[in-house]
Structures are given as C-alpha cells and as structure tokens.
Design a protein around this ligand. Structure first.
Ligand SMILES: O=C([O-])CC(=O)C(=O)O
Ligand SMILES: [Mg+2]
Length: 617
C-alpha cells in the first residue's frame, strides 16, 4: 500500500525544536521494545529508519526518499537544509527518472543510470523497474547485462555483492561474515565460466548475480536485503582478460579438480553456517561440466537449483505447453531436435521427458523422441565422452556432423537452439523445418541477442510465416506479409523469481523437479489467446509479477501437501501469506507512527515592565 505522506506546506516554516526533548522522545520510543518490534514489521527491514540521523540517512539507499521527505521528517532526522525546499512525491520522481533514462541513447549508459539509482534510492529503483518491466528488463538484464559484464572492469563502482576468491580457501566463512546483512535468504552465485553465451568472463561475471537478484525483487518482491550476489573468483582461462589492464579479477588460470571442489564445498558449508540450511543458493552461468556435477552433488544436501539447467528447462516447457494450443498436439506427439547439448539443452530435454511421462509415455519412449546435436555432430552412442545426461539421448547412428542433413533425415517438429552459436539456424535449416511441418516450432534460446540461433524476423521470413517461435533475448516486432507479430521471450526470468519466492517463504530445504513443472504449467496457463494470436507463447513481461505469485503459491501448497514446508502453522490462505511477506517499493513514513513533536519547552519570558529606576540623589 502507498504510505500516506502527510500534507505539509512546500515552503519551509520555522519550527522551533528543543533538541534535547526530541532526542529523548526518539530514545524512549526506540527503547520501548514493543514499538521497536512493531516498527521492524512495518518497515520489513532490519534497519530502524529513525535511528539513522543526518546526512547518513540520505546516503543510505534503503532509507533515502530523495525530495519525498516531509518537512517534519527533515527536521526530525536532521536533514533539513541538506536538500532544496521542494517536496516531490515518489510518482513525480518516477516521471523524472523516465525522462532521464530516455535521455541516454546507449543501453549501457541506461544500465549505468539505473545502477546509480539503485545505489542512491532503492525503493525508487525497484518501483521504476517493476512498473516498467517491458522497457527496462532488456537494460538491467539480457541483453545489456551481457555488455555490462564485458565492460565490468571499466564500470565497477561500489560493492553490490561479495567476491570470494580461491585464495580465500580455508577462510571463506570469514569473508562471508563481511557481508553487512544479517538476514540473507537467497544467494545467486556464479564462477563466471559461461556468462550467457559469451563464455568465460571470470570475475566480470558478477553482473549476472546482481542482475538476477534485482529480478528477485522486481519480479517477485523478495526483499532486497534478503538477497546476496556472489562471484566465486577461481581465475579465468580467458586470455584476453588475463592480459587486460582493466580486468578486476584474479589474474591466474582457473582452479580445477580437487582444489576447485574443496573450495565449492567450503563455500556451501559457510553459507549454511552463517545464514542457515534453508538459504537458497541459485547457481548461474557455471561451465557445463561443473554445472551438472554440482547440481547432482548438492541438490539433496542444500537448498539449491541451477537456473540454466532447471529454470531454462521450465520456461522452454512453458512455451511448448502453450504451443500445444496452436498445434492441437500433445508434447508426446512431437519429435525434438536440440542444437546444443549442454546444460540448457539437457535440462529442457529432461523436463520434457518428465512431462511426456505424465502424458503416458515410458521414460525410454520419451527419450527416444529427443535428438541432440553439438559441435561434434549428432550425439551418438559410440561417443567416448558423454557429458551429464547426454547418454540418455545418444542414438544408435553413424557419426554425422551435417546439421541440415540430420534435419532432413530426422524431420523434427520442434527445433530448440541452446548452443550460443549466433545464426546457426540458417535460411536452409528454417526452410527445411517448414517443408515437413505445417507449424514448425523453433526456439532460439541462446543469449544475448547476438548469440540467438536466428532472429525472429528470419524465423518468420524463411517459414512463410508459419513458424511458432520464441527466443531467450528480446527481439523487435516482426513484420511478415503485412501482419505484425510480437514474439515472446522464452527466458528463465518467468520462472526463477517465483520458484525462489515459494522456496524462501515456505522454508523448503530441497528444490525438487516437480516445482519446475508447476512453474512451467503456471506460466503456460497465463498465456492469453491474444498473446498466442500475436505470435507469443508467453504472457507479457509485465505479467511476471502475477506469475511469480501464482508459482510460489502453488509450490508452497505442494510443499505443505508433501511435508516439505518447514514454516508452521500452515497458513489458511497461502496466497495472502505470501503477499504478507513481500517487499514494498513504496516509500514509508520515515518517522515512527507514534512519533509526535515534543511539547515546546517552557519559555520563561522576561518581564517587559521596565525596572523602576531608583534615583539616588
Ligand atoms: O540470463 C539470461 O537471460 C538467461 C540465462 O540464464 C542465460 O542465458 O544464462
Ligand atoms: Mg544463466
């Protein structure tokens, strides 16, 4: 709810304050434990705003409201005079932000403007972001966040998270203790080895956990101080970065093997030691080999998931479920081909298998419907090295590297790109898909935009406009044969904020695959006929907040049903319970509700009666 800001005159009026009495009032208010507790709840914060006085109040992004401090607040907080006289509501400030951001042409400059706003005024930043998701998501997130990571050494300003390096091995817990927030519930961690489709960016990958956690708050209203971005700096194998004077990470090659594993083990244990065993740890943009291994190793021991494997899988499944409404088919009626056989592809394949099993296929029947191609060609049984679950999808087939030939031979109805190879879906590949499918389904999921396997326009152009398409990064509207299409963004941002919210609120210890199916089905259920009509398999980005609430509510209901929730008593109305835990990006009153001006001091007036002169004569 919007906090009611007391109406105060815009022009300052002189208020006489008895400083000693004011301090006394505040002190006695804060000393009263009941008040303190109730005020903590009102603010939903670990800070008590009225304890931070003077310029520090303006310098703290969590407390700063810009010119929205009332005269009373300015006086009482000791910031009167530190700001111009004008009072500006949050709405007026938002308008100004929108004008300011449009003044920048370059997306990276817009990113820097928003990052600076985040540093200065947290509530304004999150309200701006939440209310303008369509416009601003491409700036704080894919694709601009990729550019920000590539330039991270140049644009780094202030701490937004923790860098823990391999040299901290043995005292990771000490480094974790330096994070000022005592109440963290969610961590997004990367080791920077596979940042989007951009490869090894080492410590510059920190932009990703920061961006993902901004979406926890903007898209699922998780409280910002419950979130902690972490970069595990284990070195980089990116030679250009090692030689780049602006690089901000450890200048050494990546630690691997036992040294790496021990470091990761120590990190996981240190998180639990400081923040408890139900702290959610989201793995993001790890290299394929580590991503799978670590997920298997930790998923039943910690509260963790891998967004690139499981989040991406769920969003792709959501798109496929929605596409069934266009084709009239079931998932199990399809033949799938994956271009790319890494984490994202295998995650999607595994989840599709689960979904097909629910439609009645056996596991092996479902797996047989899925073909995979990677840099070495078709994934076949005779390969000596198979990564993660690749073995499930390996086929009895002669080695074959020719993508187009394989398409023509296998004739898939669904083609999914998760290869980080921009342009891999050539006009020939797309034309071929359209030659044996009435409605070819093509997902170009690699990020950022330049890594997408084809553009939205190409997908329509080379399939006579019959394609059912989505991409991981946003594309502009498509114009085909006089009709305008608005293809949707099959990005895990539809999934991970809602899953995280549910897990955090119910205190779930282990994140099971079912939650991702719930999330996928929920997103698909929110796709409206008009979205499908416009060529989108997803609800508008502006609906993600509602999707997140629904996803979290359904996950929590499932967790209570299956004994996985640890927060008791079970709430009567789960959705209301979730809503009661959400962050508010509206300004709150900065003074305690019961605060009132102290009574003016008693002034002993001097007698105006002139003293009678005594004349001595
Ligand atoms: O960040 C995104 O846009 C989606 C994602 O997880 C990735 O591409 O690694
Ligand atoms: Mg990712």
């Amino acid at each position: 709810m919007f906090a009611v800001i007391p109406k105060t005159p815009l022009v300052s009026r002189t208020v006489h304050i008895n400083k000693a009495a004011l301090t006394e009032t505040l002190k006695s208010f804060l000393n009263d434990k009941t008040n303190r507790r109730c005020y903590h709840e009102v603010v939903g914060d670990v800070l008590t705003p009225s304890q931070v006085m003077g310029i520090d109040h303006l310098r703290d992004p969590r407390l700063n409201k810009g010119l929205a401090f009332t005269l009373e607040e300015r006086q009482a907080l000791g910031i009167h005079g530190l700001q111009p006289a004008r009072y500006k509501s949050q709405e007026e400030q938002l308008e100004l932000c929108k004008i300011s951001i449009e003044n920048y042409q370059e997306p990276l400059n817009k990113y820097l403007y928003l990052s600076e706003l985040h540093d200065r005024n947290e509530k304004l930043f999150f309200r701006l972001l939440s209310e303008n998701i369509e416009r601003l998501l491409p700036i704080v997130y894919t694709p601009t966040v990729g550019l920000a990571c590539q330039r991270f050494g140049l644009i780094y300003r202030r701490p937004h998270g923790l860098f823990i390096t391999i040299n901290d091995k043995g005292h990771v817990a000490d480094v974790l203790r330096n994070w000022p927030e005592p109440d963290v519930h969610a961590i997004v961690v990367t080791d920077g080895e596979r940042i989007l489709g951009l490869g090894d960016l080492g410590a510059c990958g920190m932009g990703i956990p920061i961006g993902k956690l901004s979406l926890y708050t903007a898209l699922a209203r998780v409280k910002p101080h419950h979130c902690l971005p972490i970069c595990l700096d284990v070195g980089t194998d990116n030679q250009a970065l090692l030689e780049d004077p602006t690089y901000i990470g450890l200048r050494q090659r990546r630690a691997r093997g036992a040294e790496y594993d021990e470091f990761l083990d120590e990190f996981m244990a240190a998180v639990v030691q400081r923040y408890g065993q139900d702290t959610l740890i989201q793995f993001e943009d790890f290299g394929n080999a580590n991503a799978f291994r670590l997920l298997e190793k930790y998923r039943n021991k910690y509260c963790t998931f891998n967004d690139d494997i499981q989040g991406t899988a769920a969003v792709a499944l959501a798109g496929l479920l929605a596409s069934n409404r266009k084709t009239g088919k079931k998932l199990s009626d399809h033949k799938f081909m994956f271009f790319g056989a890494g984490g994202a592809a295998l995650g999607i394949a595994d989840l599709c298998v689960k979904a097909m099993e629910r439609e009645g296929l056996s596991e092996s029947e479902a797996r047989n419907r899925i073909w995979m191609i990677d840099i070495d060609g078709l994934v076949t049984k005779d390969r000596t090295q198979l990564l993660g679950h690749q073995g499930f999808y390996a086929k009895d087939h002669a080695p074959e590297k020719d993508f187009l030939k394989l398409i023509n031979e296998i004739k898939p109805s669904i083609l999914i790109g998760a290869s980080a190879t921009g342009g891999a879906f050539t006009p020939e590949v797309l034309r071929s898909m359209a030659s044996f499918n009435e409605r070819p389904i093509v997902f170009a999921l690699s990020n950022p935009t330049a890594k997408a396997e084809c553009t939205a326009q190409q997908a329509y152009d080379h399939t006579e406009g019959r394609v059912i398409f989505c991409s991981g990064s946003p594309f502009p509207d498509v114009n085909y044969n006089g009709k305008v299409y608005h293809p949707g963004q099959g990005n895990n941002a539809y999934i991970f904020p809602g899953v995280a919210l549910g897990v955090i609120v119910a205190g779930i210890h282990h994140i099971i695959e079912d939650y991702f199916i719930i999330a996928a089905q929920t997103v698909a259920d929110n796709v409206r006929e008009e979205d499908l009509e416009k060529g989108s398999l997803y609800p508008p980005l502006g609906f993600i907040n509602e999707c997140s609430l629904q996803i979290s509510t359904l996950i929590i209901a499932d967790a209570y049903k299956n004994g996985k929730a640890t927060v008791y008593p079970k709430p009567a109305d789960i959705r209301k319970f979730v809503e009661s835990k959400l962050y508010s990006h509206y300004y709150e009153e900065s003074l305690p509700k019961t605060w009132k001006w102290p009574d003016p001091p008693e002034i002993k007036t001097k007698s105006l009666t002139p003293k009678t002169k005594t004349t001595t004569s």
